[in-house]
Write a protein that binds this ligand. Structure first.
Ligand code: THG
Length: 373
């Protein structure tokens, strides 16, 4: 049996950094938000070493923005999420579950509050622009909802702070986690946030002029050479070790925020209205039947999963293994699974299906740094 190749078409969009990633020898791409997404440069382990020991430059332009601007922008943005955004200040980011009228998670973007009446949602892979525009056909709020010319470039790794201070100055050091500032480099306009989809420390540069992508990449690259800069990308192993959830794997629209372990972001009693309130109230009353948990998995080193796997004895909507990898940091296989409450307690042993066949696994608390030390 042969795995079919994907034929590339004009519908798959290219990032402003595309030429730079090709020049820097990108080897494996995926597709995310209808765009090419760089995944592997050298090989999975070399990319991991570069990210965890030095500093890496990621083309994450696939993290498309939905901009919501206008007199009703705050009210409308609140309508999309179960998390109370009223305390969010201008210049601050917030991790924001987007939840639909059934209580299902449609996305888990980072929200940036650019002004009292202007927000960006920095999306995971799902068509939230359509969801937001569709909702407003009926809400008729006074907002403009569109995809702006904004393309994040991430600088991630232990040397990222020193590199970014050299490029932008001392204020970088004072930028707090999940806060941002507008900045420019050689006239290239951008928003800089201390954030990113790794726990190695880092920044995201939200480029605001798509014609300057290669220019920005090469400028950061040149300054980064003395810090051992390497091309990189969101890394399957590092993000699982760090417990970062991946929409499309660990989060799916058939899951509610409590099942996903995002209960701390549900504010049912806030004054602002939101589309999921009734559904979430009903789910809260009924109680949840499943929960996303961490696992250690017995056996030989597993590759990073490229699909969700079943848990023998259950249908996929009852239980599923959503992520796994061999962990260089913890020297064992780790993963995440959606499990029935009866087997979701830490210490419980369960059988999971994997490319290596049925394997025994143990439920552990996340983050793994606390349970596996
Ligand atoms: N950066 C930007 N856009 C993004 C991502 C990103 N869009 C897609 C995807 N990643 C969205 N998902 C996440 C998931 C986790 C985090 C950020 C975006 C994250 N979580 C922290 C944690 O879990 O510790 C902080 C959460 C919190 O503040 O409570 O950083 O990476 N631009």
């Amino acid at each position: 049996m042969q795995i079919p190749k994907i034929s590339l078409t004009a519908r798959i969009r290219k990032s402003p950094y595309y030429e730079a990633t090709v020049k820097h020898d990108i080897k494996v791409m995926s597709v995310y938000n209808h765009m090419y997404m760089p995944q592997v440069y050298h090989d999975v382990m070399t990319d991991y070493e570069n990210l965890t020991n030095r500093v890496t430059l990621w083309d994450v332009a696939v993290e498309r923005q939905v901009e919501i601007v206008g007199p009703d922008a705050a009210t409308f943005t609140q309508y999309l999420t179960c998390r109370d955004i009223s305390k969010c200040q201008v210049g601050q980011c917030m991790y924001l579950p987007i939840v639909d009228d059934t209580g299902g998670i449609l996305n888990d973007p980072i929200m940036l509050k650019l002004a009292e009446d202007r927000f960006w949602l920095s999306l995971a892979d799902y068509d939230i622009l359509l969801w937001a525009k569709g909702l407003n056909v009926h809400m008729k709020m006074d907002v403009h909802i569109f995809e702006p010319d904004v393309s994040p470039l991430a600088v991630q790794g232990p040397n990222s702070n020193a590199l970014m201070m050299e490029l932008f100055g001392d204020w970088i050091d004072d930028l707090k986690f999940f806060w941002f500032r507008e900045a420019a480099l050689n006239g290239i306009p951008m928003v800089i946030a201390r954030s990113g989809w790794s726990k190695q420390g880092g920044f995201e540069l939200y480029l605001q002029d798509g014609t300057r992508g290669v220019d920005l990449w090469e400028t950061v690259w040149a300054a980064g050479e003395k810090y051992g800069i390497a091309p990189g990308a969101p890394h399957g192993i590092e993000r699982i070790e760090s417990g970062l959830l991946n929409f499309g794997h660990d989060l799916l629209p058939d899951m509610n925020p409590w099942e996903a372990g995002l209960g701390q972001y549900v504010h049912l009693n806030m004054p602002g209205d939101f589309v999921a309130r009734e559904a979430l109230l009903a789910i809260k009353t009924a109680g949840i039947k499943r929960k996303l948990v961490g696992l250690t998995i017995d056996g030989e080193p597993l590759p990073v999963n490229d699909q969700n796997w079943n848990v023998p004895g259950y249908e996929m909507d009852e239980a599923r293994l959503t992520s796994f990898t061999w962990s260089p940091r913890y020297q064992c296989n780790i993963g995440m699974a959606l499990l029935p409450m009866a087997v979701a307690e830490p210490g419980t042993r369960v059988t999971v299906n994997t490319p290596h066949g049925h394997l025994m696994a143990t439920v552990v608390k996340m983050p793994f740094s606390k349970s596996l030390g």
